[in-house]
Design a protein around this ligand. Structure first.
Ligand code: SF4
Length: 256
């Protein structure tokens, strides 16, 4: 008997399936949804936090208050700005939490930069997507493989492609695990209000004009009036600006 057969995945529990398909989560608060997720899946549930958007920091705070041993992970692409690394260490100090830092496969990165150079992403959309695949998508898939559920900071008003984001869904693109988006119905004003009220630590680059902070070479500050996503992969046409982490949705401000 295999280990997998000995331990049925909790996401396959009929009660959990009924809860998700019944749509009850839509009337619940972020705290209630996280409480449900942690009760049913901990420790096989983790928050995806980029440390480059306030949404992930809010969820980290909420989850920590419900379950101090709740898990949080970040994809370290190897190209993150120093401000993001500093924030990760601030979280360790403030919450006493060890953040799970997930790296890309060294051999894949080495082979990519040997063949295409260190700044390949500026040369073509294909190169940029390859870099995102190797540094983000593959590590995420590898990490999620061992989980039954993950939590994201996706919000419906971030982008038209996110307008129908449910608070809980089955994530078919990651093996049918449960994907929980507890603040899907929050506005950006509510996010900022919560951060201020609770004194949540956030990335210092937000105060320098970065609405969301991703990899250093692929993020830049915007000016008032710009689309909030204008600072991400700004050299590309808007329709190609996605990294493949949230299938069918654009990345950014998502907790990754
Ligand atoms: S955001 Fe830029 S540096 Fe980061 S993985 Fe994608 S292409 Fe590479």
């Amino acid at each position: 008997m295999t280990a997998a057969a000995e331990r049925p995945k909790r996401r396959e529990n009929p009660g959990i399936q009924r809860f998700i398909s019944g749509g009850r989560a839509e009337s619940l608060s972020a705290e209630e949804i996280l409480g449900w997720g942690l009760e049913n899946f901990h420790p096989r549930i983790a928050l995806s936090c980029s440390f480059g958007a306030p949404e992930g920091m809010i969820l980290l705070d909420l989850m920590h208050r419900i379950q101090p041993a709740s898990r949080v992970f970040v994809l370290d692409t190897g190209r993150l700005p120093q401000a993001t690394y500093d924030l990760i260490d601030r979280v360790r100090d403030r919450y006493g939490k060890s953040v799970e830092v997930i790296f890309p496969r060294a051999r894949d990165v080495e082979s990519m930069v040997r063949e295409k150079g260190l700044n390949l992403f500026f040369e073509s959309v294909e190169n940029r997507q390859l870099c995102c695949r190797i540094r983000k998508v593959e590590p995420l898939n590898r990490y999620l493989h061992d989980l039954d559920a993950w939590v994201t900071g996706l919000r419906r008003d971030q982008n038209v492609t996110r307008a129908n984001t449910p608070k809980i869904e089955i994530d078919e693109s990651h093996g049918g695990i449960v994907k929980i988006n507890p603040i899907a119905d929050w506005s950006s004003d509510r996010v900022l209000e919560y951060v201020g009220d609770r004194g949540i630590p956030i990335n210092r680059l937000h105060s320098q004009g970065y609405p969301s902070v991703g990899c250093a070479p692929c993020s830049r500050a915007i000016v008032p009036g710009d689309d909030p996503r204008a600072g991400r992969w700004w050299w590309e046409d808007p329709e190609t600006r996605e990294c493949g982490i949230h299938t069918g949705e654009e990345e950014g401000g998502s907790g990754i």
